[in-house]
Design a protein around this ligand. Structure first.
Ligand SMILES: [Zn+2]
Length: 382
């Protein structure tokens, strides 16, 4: 079973999302939860942002968590000095590798860019740090240049590289093809990390595709928060890797919901009730056909048991409910009803749901049942 390693960047790229800002206490709590969840590595900030950020990073490092930590840095000696002062040993040095960004943003030729990255990596190594090389905008870079960049840095002792789909320029097929091509032309001990953005809603798909093609590390954020439309969601990558690809990632699945709730609360964001894996409604069913199937045999409408996440299927009553759902909800409360009663209650359920555009609270169903029983009683004895 292929193992996938997670390098979570909630505390760096996640916090880069518009309007998101974590306090130090929140950063410490998120870091602890990520570590408890079994995440292998976390990117915890950008030291060049200033003293406060450096102190936050140092405070996380002082927790002494088993999870590896990493800082994000530009390919500049000054940034690396600041990174070193935080006490975090893993130093990620980044530079754009596409001509569009190299020329447009930094005014550099590809050769100048490569030289700048090389010098930064060497500087980090000389400072006794473990260096990861970040290849920003990899998806729009020339493949020959990417291969040359990885091989050049590898000769200096760098084995970890980040392939960044910075502006969401790949679909899953291209990601697999490019990752495969790159890995086929560099030494076998290169550990590639894929970092994908979600502008087309494909961040998770692209990440999984890159991993299946040979990358080892998945860069993710909790609940997918991040720059613009965000990053690959950690919980989606972990679950899909396990249940669709048959892989492993050593993450404690039963902690994912708690982690997502904490991160979302701290970020002041919400992801919508129907969000995959961690949404409130992810395992809620209303449709009569689905509820009927699930009551008879759970596998009819599930690819994985929500119990893996410490969650459970939940049935609600609404416009699409069937009489089986009504009967089931009451049975759960120890109330047995006839088919006729179920049919009459179902009518009320549908009327109420249509009028209110919502679900029928269970107490209301019980009240209707009591009214129904009173009516029958009156008819018989009245
Ligand atoms: Zn990013």
């Amino acid at each position: 079973m292929k193992s996938l390693k997670l390098c979570d960047t909630t505390l760096r790229d996640g916090e880069q999302a518009a309007g998101v800002s974590f306090t130090r206490a929140e950063k410490l709590e998120i870091a602890k939860l990520l570590s408890e969840c079994g995440v292998e590595q976390a990117e915890v900030g950008i030291p060049a942002m200033g003293k406060r950020e450096q102190e936050d990073i140092a405070a996380i490092a002082e927790l002494g968590l088993p999870m590896k930590l990493m800082t994000w840095n530009r390919s500049v000696a000054g940034d690396i000095d600041k990174a070193r002062s935080t006490g975090v040993n893993w130093c990620h040095v980044s530079i754009p590798v596409s001509e569009i960004q190299l020329h447009g943003k930094l005014g550099l030729t590809p050769a100048e860019g490569l030289n700048k990255l090389l010098r930064a990596a060497e500087y980090g190594l000389r400072q006794g740090m473990t260096v990861s090389a970040g290849l920003e905008d990899s998806s729009r870079a020339d493949m020959g240049f990417l291969i040359e960049t990885v091989n050049t840095l590898h000769r200096e002792g760098i084995t970890r590289f980040r392939y960044a789909d910075t502006v969401s320029a790949h679909h899953p097929g291209q990601m697999a093809e490019r990752v495969g091509m790159l890995l086929g032309n560099v030494p076998s001990d290169v550990e590639l990390e894929v970092h994908c953005h979600n502008d087309f809603g494909l961040a998770t798909a692209n990440t999984l595709s890159g991993i299946a093609a040979g990358a080892v590390w998945a860069s993710t954020t909790v609940a997918g928060i991040g720059e613009r439309t965000g990053n690959a969601a950690m919980e989606e990558v972990a679950m899909a890797w396990r249940f669709l690809y048959g892989g492993e990632c050593g993450v404690r699945l039963d902690r994912l919901k708690l982690l997502a709730d904490k991160v979302l609360a701290a970020s002041g964001r919400s992801v919508g009730d129907a969000k995959a894996i961690v949404g409130e409604l992810a395992f809620t069913h209303e449709s009569g056909i689905h509820v009927d199937g699930l009551i008879k045999e759970k596998s009819t409408y599930q690819t994985f048991d929500p119990a893996e996440l410490g969650r459970a299927h939940r049935f609600v009553l609404g416009k699409h409910s069937g009489s089986g759902g009504v009967t089931h909800v009451l049975e759960q409360r120890g109330l047995t009803i006839t088919e006729e009663t179920a049919a009459r209650l179902l009518e009320k359920v549908r009327e109420y749901a249509e009028a209110s555009k919502g679900h029928v609270p269970e107490y209301m169903l019980v009240q209707w049942l009591m009214e129904e029983q009173q009516r029958t009683h009156n008819m018989m004895w009245g």
